[in-house]
Design a protein around this ligand. Structure first.
Ligand SMILES: [Zn+2]
Ligand SMILES: [Zn+2]
Ligand SMILES: [Zn+2]
Ligand SMILES: [Zn+2]
Length: 467
């Protein structure tokens, strides 16, 4: 069956989901709702629910888990440990063989998921993680139930690593937890996907962002990673985390065009307002010539210098992420602005993805510091930049324009706000659907805009009558 743009392709609840440990006590462990007063499980005193119904629905898995949780201090229960424990309980109950979805197109059992366990075993970091989890789990489980064989434990671990999705809150501001979705796991990755996924609590929804001629899993592609990076970085992450080589259009036929944008540096020809881009093939560093005047730096020294600046900008991003998480916003903003200045001096072009990312950190820090004016200026540049890179329907672009619109509305730039919110609306209606809480929030802002604009028109008209 064909799916038009914005139509739901698949919607499902997770096979297993776990609330992030940071959110425990704020959100319900089952439905992820944020409510004032949560009821604590009277037996383990760890899990907390918004209502009796959620507690009852969770009991199938929590019954055994509850026993285990009594054996350890809650602090060591990280998401991966909780997740693994729940998967083991599912396994013990024989659920790994069951297909929960009635639709044969989307039905899949946990047993059928990819595990890449042989690749994962060779990876030292993963190996350590596995042994750490098993150490904790064996203490936790004690004699509550019998563990499957080591081979099966590796299989489950691999399936968990490869198939876990982080579950975002409705405004995509925070990660609420992780989940494994059996139907969704049938979908392959593309850096230029024809579908997107969103969450409402732990429920996942897949929607078409381009026409899908046949809505069967082999024809539907979602993106597993943040795609606003050049192809070599995307490929590396996909290889390291999911063990495959991406062959999507952005990584093959459109590679030059998109990489050139994402790594854009002002054309060295002072007469030209175009840009050149970076190219990396294994260890081989080179440049894409300017699209306008065909100019390109010639000496190896100059080319290597450009790549070094790019690598430095990558480490600034990582550092900013750490700083932002540590919470010192003034320091984060100062650091971001210092780096922005130096990247602009080094001729980073306005569409350069690292320049945009660093501006995003500056914007987010400004919002935390309530520097609204500055935040709006950064938000404007960020939104324009990513819209240029991702002109088709893209959640990040939609969210960026929504934030820009909110800031402009707050600063009484109502006309501009109305335009930004319209861009956001056109995107989020497709990606989230008009019933989603985020879309409703957007509509509220649009109504505020209308009211303000309507009032000023009314006001002007009154003025005219008087004269
Ligand atoms: Zn609940
Ligand atoms: Zn309990
Ligand atoms: Zn790709
Ligand atoms: Zn040029």
């Amino acid at each position: 069956m064909e799916k038009r743009v914005g139509e739901i392709i698949c919607q499902e609840l997770p096979y297993v989901h776990v609330l992030s440990s940071k959110k425990r006590g704020e959100h319900c462990d089952y439905c992820f709702d944020r409510v004032g007063k949560l009821k604590t499980c009277s037996s383990c005193h760890v899990l907390k629910y918004c209502c009796r119904k959620c507690q009852q629905s969770d009991w199938k898995l929590h019954k055994l888990e509850c026993k285990c949780l009594k054996n350890v201090p809650p602090a060591i229960m990280t998401e991966s440990i909780c997740m693994f424990l729940r998967l083991l309980i599912r396994h013990k109950n024989g659920d790994h063989e069951k297909i929960f979805n009635d639709d044969p197109l989307w039905g899949r059992s946990f047993q059928d998921l990819m595990s890449h366990s042989s690749d994962i075993k060779k990876d030292e970091k993963r190996n350590n993680q596995f042994h750490h989890i098993m150490d904790v789990l064996s203490k936790l489980i004690g004699s509550s139930f019998e563990l499957p064989s080591t081979e099966i434990l590796w299989e489950i671990f691999g399936k968990m690593l490869i198939n876990s999705h982080s579950i975002q809150d409705q405004e995509h501001k925070e990660t609420l937890g992780i989940g494994i979705y059996l139907g969704t796991s049938k979908l392959d990755h593309s850096c230029d996907p024809n579908a997107v996924f969103t969450f409402s609590g732990p429920e996942i929804t897949i929607r078409a962002v381009r026409q899908v001629v046949k809505a069967e899993p082999q024809q539907v592609f979602i993106s597993y990673i943040d795609t606003n990076r050049p192809s070599w970085e995307r490929k590396q992450e996909l290889k390291e985390r999911f063990y495959f080589d991406c062959q999507c259009s952005l990584c093959t036929t459109k590679c030059q065009q998109i990489d050139c944008l994402m790594t854009s540096i002002k054309c060295p020809n002072s007469e030209c307002n175009g840009f050149i881009g970076l190219k990396r093939d294994g260890k081989d560093n080179s440049v894409w010539p300017c699209g306008k005047c065909k100019h390109a730096p010639q000496t190896t020294k100059m080319i290597e210098q450009l790549h070094r600046i790019w690598d430095a900008s990558c480490s600034h991003k990582i550092r900013l992420d750490e700083l932002f998480k540590q919470g010192d916003m003034k320091f984060t903003l100062d650091f971001a602005e210092e780096k922005l200045e130096s990247l602009l001096e080094n001729n980073f072009y306005k569409f350069n993805s690292n320049l945009i990312k660093i501006m995003e950190f500056a914007k987010d820090a400004c919002i935390q510091l309530e520097f609204w004016e500055k935040a709006a200026n950064y938000a404007e540049k960020v939104s324009e930049g990513i819209l240029h890179t991702f002109p088709s329907v893209n959640i990040t672009v939609g969210l960026s324009f929504l934030m820009l619109g909110k800031l402009q509305l707050y600063l009484d730039r109502t006309q501009k706000a109305s335009k930004s919110l319209k861009v956001a609306e056109n995107i989020l209606r497709v990606t989230h659907g008009s019933d989603h809480a985020l879309y409703q929030l957007l509509v509220d802002f649009q109504q505020q805009c209308c009211l303000l604009l309507g009032n000023s028109v009314h006001f002007l008209e009154q003025g005219k009558h008087k004269s």
